[in-house]
Ligand binder design. Structure first.
Ligand code: F6R
Ligand code: MG
Ligand code: MG
Length: 363
């Protein structure tokens, strides 16, 4: 049986500020999706990462399905009404359009989906982030699927030895390219080392073209033409049996690498792995966070979630992240803590330049 796994997320109101999620919104999502269990959906789970509501759904309708996207959209609309009633912060902020037009892509919510034949056993890891951008997955995906110093199986497991192909999207020019690794890792890195623009969308196994990973690549500011909050991406990764083991999928997050986002979407900060109960970015609206929900699929039923990054083996990464946060915060408004001007999502700079225009003298 072919199963589709759809993860659709949106920030429809924060509680309080942009830090976390009101339980009432989670309850609405559970109720609405619950009405479709056994009908449109095989199964579902509702989680949150910071102020983002995460709908994890399984079904047999394929990716980009209108009915599934409409279901998620309707949940976000209903949740927004409640968020407005409770005067939650930024109620409905990610719903950029008034009416649904067939697909939530381009309408604000983030989407990661994949369709596959369920294997004899199907472990999947679903990553959810807050206070960062889609390119935040680039580093981790490279480590998982192309770096033998992180994923031992690339060397040891004959079923992975042929490597993986990365589908990279250029979010500015709306173009994509397939890069086959290990042959083209230098070319791949030339692009994905610029995560604000080039984002890994899918990863496929070379030996049989099987899909291994899928991410959400929406950039709200590019869609809306103005700052409307960070994109706070999601990612699905399949694991084991000729794919990176669960532990190899998680290993990249033992290093809290730098991502863009944090306060006002305008600062670099450490990407901190946390358990579900710590997914509440509070210090300086951050630091940026990532959680991982582990599942075993069984005929599309989501056995789980297991709180994968809560483990003590990530304590050191959290400690390091907090030290990096201290170090970066002391830079205040100086780069590289503050993003460079062209990367800033919203800034007073153009206003300041205009105000002082007449006072500038030639040198
Ligand atoms: C970051 C984010 C927050 C807000 C910040 C200011 O993605 O959403 O850091 O940018 O809290 O929000 P406003 O301008 O609404 O007061
Ligand atoms: Mg928000
Ligand atoms: Mg958010």
């Amino acid at each position: 049986m072919k199963v589709t796994l759809s993860v659709i997320k949106a920030d429809i109101g924060g509680f309080p500020g942009h830090s976390s999620m009101h339980p009432a919104l989670m309850e609405i999502a559970r109720q609405e999706l619950g009405k479709q269990k056994g009908k449109l959906l095989i199964d579902f789970k509702v989680l949150h990462c910071g102020d983002d509501l995460e709908l994890i759904m399984t079904h047999t309708k394929g990716v980009d399905n209108k009915l599934i996207h409409k279901l998620a959209w309707d949940v976000f609309v209903k949740g927004t009404a409640e968020a407005k009633k409770l005067k939650l912060y930024g109620a409905g902020q990610d719903l950029l359009k008034d009416t649904f037009s067939g697909n939530v892509k381009g309408m604000g919510p983030g989407v990661a989906e994949m369709e596959f034949e369920e294997r004899k056993s199907e472990p999947v890891m679903i990553f959810m982030a807050d206070k960062t951008e889609p390119g935040a997955w680039n580093y981790a995906l490279y480590k998982m699927f192309a770096d033998p110093f992180s994923t031992a199986g690339l060397v040891i497991d004959p079923n992975m030895h042929d490597g993986f192909t990365f589908e990279v999207h250029d979010l500015f020019e709306h173009k994509k390219v397939l890069l086959k690794c290990p042959e083209e890792i230098y070319d791949l890195l030339a692009f994905i080392g610029q995560p604000a623009r080039y984002v890994v969308k899918h990863v496929f196994r070379n030996s049989d073209k099987m899909i291994a990973a899928s991410t959400s690549t929406q950039r709200l500011s590019l869609l809306a033409g103005r700052y409307v909050g960070k994109d706070d991406p999601v990612m699905i990764v399949r694991a084991q049996s000729g794919l990176p083991a669960v532990g190899e999928v998680l290993e990249p997050f033992s290093f809290p690498y730098t991502v863009a986002g944090w306060m006002r979407g305008s600062h670099h900060g450490p990407f901190m792995p946390v358990g579900f109960d710590q997914a509440t970015p509070s210090r300086f609206d951050g630091p940026p966070r990532v959680i991982c929900a582990g599942f075993q699929l069984s005929g599309g039923v989501l056995e789980g979630p297991c709180d994968m990054l809560k483990d003590v083996s990530f304590d050191r990464a959290r400690k390091m992240a907090n030290e990096i946060a201290d170090y970066l915060r002391r830079h205040g408004p100086f780069e590289p803590h503050r993003l460079s001007a062209d990367e800033m999502e919203y800034t007073t700079l153009p206003g300041v330049i205009k105000k002082l225009e007449k006072r500038f003298r030639k040198i």
